[in-house]
Design a binder for this molecule. Structure first.
Ligand code: S3P
Length: 749
């Protein structure tokens, strides 16, 4: 007997009689599962097929078979109609003539509009106790012999109640499906039929059609001897029940036709590509499909059909450690990775990227450009090949562009998209939804862009490229932000005349450097960078150095753990990014650079860090923009230093992935460190770090900072909500463990 997810098997049944009309695979499995669950007192079956009538009781599917429908449903509290969609009409007509008291009626039809129409026809209106339902489960096997009590376990069942459906009836049906271990969800009727037409009906149609096409050209079916796994996997569903599927296509005609038309159009495009030897289009479709399929496989593997990925939660447990030793290379620079995809896409010719960061943020940028028609191969071990489409070759994406947690993607893309001749919507996750976008939307509007934002200048952004006529301008930024600067320079590539941006303090200059690397002229004059439209970018090679922001965690780790000696290889040491080195050195850290060289316009070096006792300092304000992402790690260094560390002029930290001043101060206090937040900084007194639970506020850098704090902690540090570590540092736990930092993922998080 199958193990069912129910707590009711030993309790008294809470439903009396259940009648199941139609005992094929679905009806039979429901009946059998419900009997075994103990939720109801009795399951009665009704089916016109004599063979089924004979087997249903002996197979334990029902308690009894009652041949005629009126007697079967008499006295039932719950009636399940599991007959083919087209047979539903006559069954409903018969039911409508009967006096059924308050019996709740539900069905399993896969096309809800057709079922509801049939109900309306039979009853005159849809009765409040009728709950349309559809279990998303099946098997190639059919008939009562295939009935399986566990068929619906961890499968979706979609209910599509109408406005007048009785909520108590919906609850009853939900309860029955849940007793079989199903995940029950509600959905509007039309949405259900559209989704199913695309994800179930169309694939079945194609599978039936392909097998028929091949089989009818090889009468003795000889060719199938040569068919391998690909054929088997693709056509497995062609073994499904023909009568049922005939009915599905007749019943869900309109939605299926819409899906089929879209598919036919795309297929004929592929045909043309094959005919014309258009390798680029083929590769574009295949790479996009592969990524989508990989994403889908993850969802399928978790059996969480249509469930958003974000619901997953990961907690870290970091244990006290000793020293940190070894030679490692941390993943590629996030800022440079983003820009390599953006500029490579709007360049002419091919751009080869090495060392690309395969983190969620930069992958979001990569996907955005795939959505806009750019053919991008990889990433494969950090290698990406971008087939640039030129400044004016991007195409309107098929829907909103989702950039997840990535502020850099959203802000830089905003500038680039303002220059296109189509409209794009940029959306992101809940955390990004709270971050300010007015800082890019306002100056872009001043350049002539039409941009809508949500209240308070928050995402989503709707960028109406075709309505925008960009004119260059001279902009003096109110804050030191490389994202704002880069956004405006990218818009400047499409604006009439010159666009110049002046920054109040030096910020990372990867955009300026990389534009030059692509052969696009950029004039840098002190604090002002200027571009002029009318030039082009030419594809090139980009070697992405290791990210100094990721290296920072290890620089702090080695500095605070006695006896440490760690070398970080091939780290980007762009002068606009080395605030963390300057600040740590000022605190007394022992950091030496070697093997300094320049790769693709960016300076890199190997960084050796040996333990040295740290002392508190007043952090020079000019270092703030140069270490903007490294403060969470630097606060840990301050907590381990002797004396007081004071940070001022860093209000920008309050609008990062979290309010990094408040969240770090709260976390440090939890661990017993005196940390006093101020409006634009923090005052930290070094001390002894204890154990405790820290809320990372879904901020990757907060999570990693407290993970390295464990090296000096007196007990375990538990850090919650660490899922976003993968946005910038995939493989963080493994790499940290390889040098002696003990972090593990909490079980069952
Ligand atoms: C970035 C700039 C910085 C930084 C962010 C990446 C970039 O943001 O914090 O992680 O790639 O341009 P601001 O421009 O908001 O300072």
């Amino acid at each position: 007997m199958s193990q069912l997810v129910t707590g009711s098997s030993s309790a008294a049944p809470i439903i009396g009689r259940v009648a199941v009309v139609g005992l094929g695979l679905i009806g039979g499995s429901f009946a059998k599962g419900l009997r075994e669950s103990g939720l109801c007192r009795e399951v009665v079956g009704s089916d016109p097929d004599p063979h089924t009538q004979q087997l249903a009781v002996s197979l334990g599917v029902v308690d009894s078979m009652v041949p005629d429908l009126p007697s079967a449903v008499q006295g039932a509290e719950l009636i399940l109609l599991a007959v083919p969609v087209l047979a539903m009409r006559s069954v409903l007509r018969e039911l409508a003539r009967l006096e059924l008291g308050g019996a709740v009626i539900t069905d399993t039809g896969s096309t809800k509009t057709a079922v509801v129409e049939a109900v309306r026809e039979a009853y005159g209106q849809v009765p409040p106790q009728f709950v349309p339902g559809h279990p998303i489960a099946g098997s190639e096997r059919s008939g009562v012999e295939a009935a399986d009590a566990g068929l619906f376990r961890r499968h979706k069942v979609i209910l599509t109640p109408l406005d007048n459906t009785d909520p108590a009836a919906v609850e009853r049906v939900r309860q029955a499906w849940q007793a079989l271990g199903a995940d029950v969800e509600d959905m509007p009727l039309e949405d259900h039929d559209e989704v199913l037409a695309a994800t179930s009906h169309l694939p079945h149609l194609l599978a039936f059609s392909l097998v028929d096409t091949l089989a009818s050209r090889s009468e003795n079916l000889e060719i199938f001897r040569y068919a391998a796994g690909g054929f088997r996997d693709f056509t497995r569903i062609a073994a499904s029940d023909p009568v049922m599927w005939r009915d599905v296509f007749l019943a869900n005609r309109d939605a299926v036709l819409r899906s089929l038309d879209t598919f036919t159009r795309d297929l004929s495009r592929l045909r043309t590509a094959v005919e014309e030897g258009d390798a680029n289009t083929l590769l574009g479709v295949f790479t996009r499909a592969r990524v989508a399929r990989e994403h889908f496989s993850t969802i399928l593997a978790r059996r969480a059909y249509m469930e958003p990925m974000q619901t997953q939660s990961i907690n870290f447990i970091a244990s006290p450690g000793s020293r940190v030793q070894g030679r490692i290379r941390v993943p590629g620079d996030k800022s440079i990775s983003h820009r390599s995809i953006m500029l490579g896409s709007i360049a002419e010719g091919v751009t080869e990227v090495e060392g690309f960061l395969e983190g969620e943020d930069s992958l979001a940028t990569l996907q955005a450009f795939r959505d806009m028609g750019v053919v991008i191969e990889g990433p494969h071990r950090g290698r990406v090949t971008i087939n640039g489409v030129g400044l004016h070759g991007l195409q309107a994406p098929p829907g909103p562009i989702y950039v997840g947690n990535s502020g850099t993607s959203m802000r830089l893309l905003a500038g680039l998209l303002a220059g296109q001749n189509f409209t794009t919507e940029l959306t992101g996750d809940a955390s990004l939804g709270k971050r300010p976008m007015g800082r890019v939307a306002d100056p872009l509007r001043a350049m002539g862009a039409t941009i809508d934002t949500a209240e308070g200048g928050r995402p989503p952004l709707v960028i109406k490229g075709a309505e925008s006529h960009l004119k260059g301008m001279e902009y003096v930024m109110p804050m030191a932000s490389a994202q704002v600067k880069s956004c405006l320079l990218l818009a400047g590539l499409y604006a009439e005349g010159k666009t110049s941006v002046t920054e109040p303090a030096p910020t990372r200059d990867h955009t300026e450097r990389m534009l030059k690397g692509f052969g696009y002229p950029v004039q840098v004059d002190g604090a002002t960078a200027t571009v002029e439209s009318g030039h082009k970018l030419t594809g090139c090679r980009i070697d992405v150095p290791a990210d100094i922001s990721s290296a920072a965690f290890f620089m702090v780790a080695a500095s605070i753990a006695e006896g440490s000696d760690l070398t970080l290889e091939h780290v980007g040491i762009n002068p606009t990014r080395i605030g963390v080195i300057n600040i740590l050195r000022a605190m007394g850290a022992d950091i030496t650079l070697s093997n300094e060289r320049e790769v693709g316009g960016e300076p890199v070096a190997d960084i050796r860090v040996r333990y040295a006792p740290l002392k508190g300092i007043e952090i020079p304000e000019d270092q703030v923009p140069l270490a903007i992402d490294e403060f969470p790690a630097l606060f840990i260094a301050a907590a381990c230093a002797e004396g007081r560390t004071v940070l001022r002029g860093a209000e920008e930290l309050r609008v990062k992935e979290s309010d990094r001043i408040q969240v770090m101060a709260d976390g440090l206090q939890t661990l017993g460190i005196r940390a006093e937040p101020t409006p634009d900084g923090v005052i930290i007194d070094g001390g002894v770090i204890g154990g405790g639970t820290i809320d990372s506020h879904m901020d990757h850098r907060i999570a990693m900072s407290f993970a390295i704090a464990s090296l000096r902690a007196t007990a375990d540090i538990r850090i919650t909500d660490c899922i976003h570590v993968a946005t910038s540092f995939p493989g963080f736990i493994d790499l940290a463990s390889s040098v002696g930092i003990q972090i593990r993922q909490e079980d069952n998080a």
